[in-house]
Design a binder for this molecule. Structure first.
Ligand SMILES: [Zn+2]
Length: 179
């Protein structure tokens, strides 16, 4: 169990079946509060700098040292689009304009739902934020496919290079490497 105590009253949480065919829920043994373990929403963006794709090397866990496009968790009270723009500014110091929704990625084993946009740079200068070891713009043929941070990184980049560069990525290693 990920959580032991009720966030409202501090009572002990119990795992209970509330409705048949639904997952067990964490229920407070004292006040009956149901602690739903909702997904977390993350937003990110793919865009080009002088024809190359901007990725950053993660300086924090999970996936320390692996490459990913800029992105991060959406705050409550913030739009998904706003989060994507904010994260790009924080992580690589670029101002972007969103162009389109690339796709939404989710996996049964992960609580994170990743919303990925395509974008264009409208300002700023490429520079690593404090959570990145490095930032780099990759030629689409030089993307480090075996050193990407998350399954969504792989899938979104594959979709992006297909769409923007008409390049087909071999997806055969994807499942064994990332799922
Ligand atoms: Zn409680």
């Amino acid at each position: 169990m990920e959580y032991s105590f009720c966030p409202k009253c501090g009572g002990a949480l119990e795992s209970k079946v509330l409705k048949a065919f639904e997952p067990t829920r964490l229920v407070c043994s004292r006040c009956r509060f149901v602690f739903f373990l909702d997904p977390k929403v993350a937003a990110g963006a793919l865009f080009k700098l002088d024809g190359s794709i901007v990725l950053l090397q993660r300086g924090i866990e999970p996936s320390y040292g692996k490459w990913v496009f800029p992105g991060g968790y959406v705050d409550r009270g913030e739009t998904v689009e706003g989060a994507a723009i904010r994260e790009v500014k924080e992580e690589v110091n670029l101002d972007i304009k969103l162009v389109s929704l690339l796709n939404v990625y989710s996996y049964a084993k992960s609580p994170v739902v990743v919303v990925v946009f395509t974008a264009e740079i409208v300002g700023g200068k490429l520079r690593a934020g404090d959570e990145a070891l490095a930032v780099r713009a990759f030629n689409p043929r030089e993307i480090p496919w075996s050193e990407l941070a998350f399954p969504s990184t792989f899938e979104a980049l594959a979709a992006y290079v297909r769409k923007e560069f008409n390049l087909d990525v071999d997806l055969s290693d994807f499942s064994s490497a990332y799922l």
